[in-house]
Design a protein around this ligand. Structure first.
Ligand code: ZN
Length: 58
């Protein structure tokens, strides 16, 4: 039985989610949460870059 690396629950199926550029295997619940926080992080970063007139690459 695979174990979620976030909540340590045994689950039937793990989902591969990339969080902060790292691939993680999470259960469905944690995968959803990770995806949400990832989307929020990307959004706020885009806002900061716009405010600073940032045009280059990181
Ligand atoms: Zn989990």
């Amino acid at each position: 039985m695979p174990t979620c690396s976030a909540c340590k629950e045994d689950v039937e199926e793990l989902k591969m989610v990339s969080v902060g550029g790292k691939k993680k295997k999470l259960c469905e619940d944690c995968a959803d949460r990770a995806r949400e926080s990832e989307a929020v992080a990307e959004e706020s970063e885009a806002v900061v870059q716009q405010m600073m007139g940032f045009k280059g690459r990181r």
